[in-house]
Design a protein around this ligand. Structure first.
Ligand SMILES: Cc1cc2nc3c(=O)[nH]c(=O)nc-3n(C[C@H](O)[C@H](O)[C@H](O)COP(=O)(O)OP(=O)(O)OC[C@H]3O[C@@H](n4cnc5c(N)ncnc54)[C@H](O)[C@@H]3O)c2cc1C
Length: 393
């Protein structure tokens, strides 16, 4: 039995280890175009590797997998986060949970994950070829099964195969904004804002970080994931609406009136609403045309209405996308219509399997992308084993 795995990333290496254990005596070749395997895995989670998530806070899977939720429902039922954690712990990797259900190795070291898989490959007798880019599937004709786990790139390999692909575009990025005032507040973070793209259904909630070029943080990364293709198609330009405090405009206006009435003699600039840092409050006051030296009692109705409007639907011009160094993924890849979701096999080319980011599956941050790699690799491994054992090869 001869199996070729293309791509020594998380999905390819995990699948190769599983195959080596399930098919002793088989011949498994793992081709990696880079000089070392798992180069990206070593960088995950800022070097700490957020390798999965408990999913305890996940309601709707579409909220974490904007693309591929349906496939992931099936994949997670076959190889769940619990299975993932049990697998790693059985390999001697102790794990712990952090906020948001994120799971990390106790060692806080992504290299422990890399080394564990590397050991698994060696023990399973997988033959790793580095600096060995596969340029065409036809080069692999002699194998009984092929796993394509080449991540976000290398889709050119499938050109002419008849397999449809969704064009790859980046996901998980920060946004540059044209607003100089906001950019001057770099470093400020807010615990909970609501972001939306006016005229679309794209929106997200969560913490926000003001940066030198615009905004970042969980709410922005989530919005970039939900709207990855829309923003790409619009050249990363357009309007962004920010709701700084929860509630509608009237509700916030009443909240402001009541709060200011309690402290009539204080400076307006000294009484920011809960969760709004003072420097941002000062900026919002000036944008609402309210002088910083006004007393609370002196803020007129019109000014307060402008302020309530800004607090609930402030708008900014998006000037482009900005890098987010901790994690990024590709939206797009092999169309899920092309893949049999029971075993990750190509419908049009029997014997060709897919796993990981090469598929049109991607997630928000939190360990969900690596879970997709583990689960789809597991299903592909099962599919390959079943194909090879049934055919008696
Ligand atoms: C900086 C960073 C941090 C991240 N942190 C996290 C995190 O903490 N948690 C999380 O869940 N996700 C994280 N992600 C996302 C996660 O790393 C990916 O979703 C995951 O690595 C995808 O695994 P993969 O095996 O499908 O693809 P990859 O890891 O991209 O591996 C594909 C491999 O295939 C090779 N290859 C490509 N073309 C060819 C070819 N033609 N021939 C041979 N080899 C080829 C590539 O060189 C690569 O090694 C992060 C991503 C980045 C960039």
């Amino acid at each position: 039995m001869r199996v070729a795995v293309v791509g020594a990333g998380a999905a390819g290496c995990f699948c190769a280890v599983l195959l080596g254990r399930r098919l002793p005596g088989s011949h498994i070749d793992l081709f990696e175009k880079g000089p070392v395997p798992m180069a990206k895995l070593a960088l995950t989670g800022g070097g700490r590797c957020n390798l999965t998530n408990t999913f305890a806070e996940v309601g709707d899977l579409k909220k974490v997998y904007p693309r591929g939720a349906q496939l992931m429902r099936r994949a997670l039922s076959r190889f769940s986060p619990r299975d993932t954690m049990a697998w790693w712990e059985a390999e001697g990797v102790r794990l712990h949970e952090e906020d948001g259900g994120r799971i990390f190795p106790d060692s806080q070291d992504a290299m422990q994950i890399v080394r564990t898989l590397r050991r698994g490959l060696d023990k399973a007798g997988v033959i790793l070829y580095t600096r060995s880019a596969v340029s065409s599937l036809s080069d692999l004709r002699s194998y009984d099964a092929v796993l394509l786990a080449s991540g976000g790139g290398a889709l050119s390999m499938l050109e002419g195969s008849g397999i449809a692909m969704e064009a790859p575009v980046p996901s998980l990025f920060a946004l540059s904004l044209e607003d100089k005032g906001l950019r001057s507040l770099s470093g400020i973070s807010l615990p909970g804002v609501r972001l939306s793209l006016p005229g679309t259904a794209f929106h997200s909630e969560g913490a926000l970080l003001l940066t030198r070029s615009g905004i970042s943080g969980p709410a922005v990364l989530r919005l970039s994931s939900y709207s990855a293709r829309y923003l790409h198609d619009n050249g990363y330009r357009g309007e962004l609406s920010v709701c700084w405090v929860p509630g509608g405009e009237d509700e916030v206006l009443h909240m402001l009136e009541a709060a200011l009435a309690r402290t009539p003699a204080r400076l307006l600039s000294s009484v920011p609403p809960e969760g709004i840092p003072s420097r941002l409050w000062e900026l919002l006051l000036s944008r609402a045309g309210l002088r910083a030296d006004l007393r609370c009692a002196e803020a007129g109705q019109k000014g307060l209405r402008r302020l309530a409007s800004l607090l609930t639907s402030d708008t900014f011009k998006i000037a482009g996308k900005a890098p987010f160094k901790d994690e990024f993924v590709t939206c797009g890849g092999v169309s899920l219509q092309e893949v049999n979701s029971a075993d990750m096999q190509a419908k049009k080319i029997p014997g060709l399997f897919f796993a990981g980011e090469v598929l049109d599956v991607d997630a928000v941050t939190g360990g969900f992308n690596l879970q997709a790699a583990w689960s789809t690799a597991y299903m592909a491994a099962e599919g390959i084993v079943s194909r090879l054992t049934q055919s008696g090869k």
